[in-house]
Design a protein around this ligand. Structure first.
Ligand SMILES: NC(=O)c1ccc[n+]([C@@H]2O[C@H](COP(=O)([O-])OP(=O)(O)OC[C@H]3O[C@@H](n4cnc5c(N)ncnc54)[C@H](O)[C@@H]3O)[C@@H](O)[C@H]2O)c1
Length: 355
């Protein structure tokens, strides 16, 4: 894959964030020509600054809601491949700012796809939504790509709505039957709870655990019994990169959407994760907390069978890699070197680099 991405023009929305930062770092190591488009990096600690991401791409700080700025950035850069990650990604925050969450996540995706219509060359887009786009029956079954969409909280609903926008643009403007005319193909990708170094977001378990570890206090668990498909950030990114490569090589060989999640044995409760991380914790059930899904599992057979993708890190290894990253960060180690090592070890192990 590294040879494929060398010198490719890649447009990444969300490059100042956690997953987009890791993706920019990988593609920069592989010699891609990258343009990032996002709001400024958040907070005192962030992956963007820790890894000097600004120096590794053409970094545009702008809003997805600004249709004109987005279109100018996209058309001027004229990418080969787009990875769309920018979003308001937090369920709890979506209860605080529901309308903004819908505008950024749903209309922002429509703005990007509308801008893509004006790119006058062959271009592929990998659009990142979430495992939470499925109508959650909470009955223990694992969702497949063609299961019904839905969303209880505004975040999940905004991403399910983004899926409908994506399908509508695919049918209306990027229909595979007219590929020779528009030369575009778009795919949505759905991953579960992603963990890894460099995430300091509010209301997320691993960042809360790592902050607690650094301050020597126990982490407070709000939903200790919730079951989530935990996976290291490199796992879905490997999947997204594989989709980008495969659809570029043959736009008719990929499906409309893919799930990327862990193997069933790595679907753990929140309390299991805290125990595995060895971080002291306290349980504080909050009866007034807004609703969050308790059980969420993904069926990953399509990605396995169609892309040859599979998870390479157990939940335990994912938690260990994450904890090691933060320990190195708080010990002021060289984080570019440390992160590069984690990336190289992962791709050596997954053979992804040779795919
Ligand atoms: N982290 C997870 O566990 C997880 C799980 C499933 C899906 N996702 C999805 O992956 C993507 C990346 O998530 P993340 O964890 O890296 O989030 P993050 O909060 O770390 O990053 C979000 C990025 O979006 C940008 N952004 C937000 N609003 C914007 C706007 N109005 N205009 C331009 N840029 C804007 C931010 O600047 C940032 O770069 C999101 O689409 C999210 O929904 C994440």
């Amino acid at each position: 894959m590294n040879n494929f991405y060398k010198n490719k023009k890649v447009f990444i929305t969300g490059h100042t964030g956690f997953k987009g930062g890791w993706l920019t770092e990988i593609l920069s190591l592989w010699g891609a020509d990258i343009c990032g488009y996002s709001l400024p990096a958040d907070g005192e600690d962030n992956f963007f600054n820790a890894l000097n991401i600004e120096k590794k791409c053409k970094s545009i700080i702008a809003d997805l809601r600004d249709e004109k700025a987005l279109q100018t950035a996209l058309v001027n850069f004229a990418p080969d491949i787009i990875f769309h990650l920018a979003a308001q990604p937090i369920v709890r925050t979506s209860y605080e700012i529901p309308v903004e969450t819908f505008v950024v996540n749903t209309i922002g995706t429509a703005n990007l796809l509308q801008a893509l219509r004006n790119v006058e060359k062959r271009c592929e887009a990998v659009l990142i939504t979430t495992d939470k786009v499925y109508k959650n029956r909470e009955d223990g079954s694992a969702y497949m790509e063609d299961d019904a969409l839905g969303g209880y909280d505004p975040y999940s609903a905004s991403k399910a709505a983004a899926e409908i926008v994506i399908e509508s643009f695919m049918l209306s403007f990027f229909n595979p039957e007219q590929f020779e005319k528009h030369k575009k193909s778009i795919v949505s990708v759905r991953a579960g709870n992603v963990i890894g170094g460099g995430d300091w977001s509010k209301y997320r378990l691993l960042p809360d655990m790592m902050k607690a570890m650094n301050s020597g206090t126990p982490v407070v668990l709000r939903n200790p019994f919730s079951i989530r498909p935990w996976q290291h950030v490199l796992e879905p990114l490997y999947g997204y990169l594989l989709v980008g490569k495969k659809q570029y090589e043959n736009p008719f060989s990929v499906a409309n959407s893919y799930n990327f999640g862990p193997n069933p044995e790595d679907v753990l409760t929140v309390e299991d994760v805290a125990k595995t991380g060895g971080i002291p914790y306290e349980i504080a059930l909050d009866a007034d907390a807004p609703h969050e899904a308790k059980l969420l599992q993904l069926d990953i057979s399509l990605a396995k069978n169609n892309l040859g993708w599979q998870p390479h890190l157990s939940a335990k290894e994912a938690i260990e890699n994450t904890t090691a990253w933060y320990k190195a960060y708080y010990a002021h180690q060289d984080m570019e070197h440390f992160t590069k090592k984690q990336i190289e070890e992962y791709f050596d192990r997954s053979h992804g680099i040779r795919q």
